[in-house]
Design a binder for this molecule. Structure first.
Ligand code: PMV
Length: 307
């Protein structure tokens, strides 16, 4: 059994989404996690994930290991007490800890491939709920946006705990993603924002409200076929993320480089402090924006069309 799941990027609303404000996210199909589950002649469950240098039998891993915990949760869910003999191969082209959803994509692909092999079919809602449980194990207080956009593989408008809404894209638009190459655990930036919010609730609530307003206007712009309006909204959202203290000199440098290269707007994306930024560009300008990002120190870029 084989399954794969795309990466994702947050367009608007990161961090505020943890505090029940709306956020927008889209799949990034250029990068993906792939999982293959094979029957094995050997006793036990062998996991191979060369990208993270993992070659191990399930029982030799701690129960809270990100991959082991997915498998154990599924067995528990299906009432399986006797482990089948399996070989599980996991590979991924999604950079780790950079805001592209690598952990959630591996979870979703693994849940799908393994449940098919065990002849249990799961609905998207069930896959999403299980992937969210895994996210909670590893990320503290995640909003659930990563597992949701990756499970449904569509642009989404997301509010924590509410039924998912897919975004209708009125007119395609192009996003350039630039990677600082700095891996920055989302858990830490989310934890820091929480401390700052506790200390200065009034101001942080008002930043979150401003971000929510941007997400609302962005949704309207996307759905009504006016994506060119997103550039200015990205600039405004980035300024608010700076106030939340989650930008970094490297992110600011790439954001500025994109703007100088005639991007229509740019912002950091995801947890911040490192990881990725995004820029809105006319399709014809996208390659030169990507080039400008590389010259400003990006480790890699992805040009993706949202349609
Ligand atoms: O770093 P990422 O792309 O996984 O994004 C995290 C988004 C946050 O809003 C910062 C956290 C969350 O759980 O929504």
């Amino acid at each position: 059994m084989k399954s794969f799941a795309s990466g994702k990027i947050i367009l608007f609303g990161e961090h505020a989404v943890v505090y029940n404000r709306p956020a927008l996210a889209v799949p990034v199909t250029q990068v993906h996690a792939d999982v293959e589950v094979l029957d094995s002649p050997h006793k036990g469950i062998f996991i191979h994930a060369p990208g993270i240098d993992l070659h191990a039998e399930l029982n030799s891993l701690p129960a809270d290991h990100p991959i082991a915990s997915v498998i154990l949760k599924l067995f528990q869910r299906f009432g399986i007490s006797q482990n089948p003999n399996l070989e599980i191969n996991i590979s991924s082209t999604i950079p780790v800890a950079s805001g592209l959803g690598s952990g959630a994509a591996v979870s979703v692909a693994l849940i799908r491939a393994l449940s098919s092999r065990l002849s249990h079919s799961l609905s998207d809602d069930e896959v999403n709920a299980l992937a969210f449980e895994i996210e909670k194990l590893h990320h503290g207080t995640p909003s659930g946006i990563d597992n949701t956009v990756i499970t449904y593989n569509k642009p989404i408008y997301f509010i924590k705990g509410q039924p998912i809404e897919t975004l209708k894209v009125g007119k395609p638009f192009t996003i350039v993603i630039g990677d600082t190459g700095i891996s920055a655990p989302t858990k830490e930036s989310v934890g820091d924002v929480r401390l700052l919010w506790l200390r200065d609730t009034t101001n942080y609530e008002s930043y979150f409200n401003e971000i929510a307003q941007i997400a609302l206007v962005a949704r309207r712009s996307i759905e009504s076929g006016k994506p060119e309006l997103l550039g200015e909204l990205m600039d405004q959202n980035h300024a608010l993320l700076q106030k939340l203290t989650v930008s970094s000199p490297e992110l600011d440098k790439l954001v500025q480089a994109a703007r100088n290269a005639d991007a229509l707007g740019a912002k950091l994306s995801g947890g911040g402090r490192g990881g990725n930024m995004i820029a809105l560009a006319d399709q014809a300008q996208a390659a030169s924006v990507a080039q400008a990002l590389m010259s400003a120190g990006a480790k890699r870029t992805i040009i993706t069309e949202i349609a």
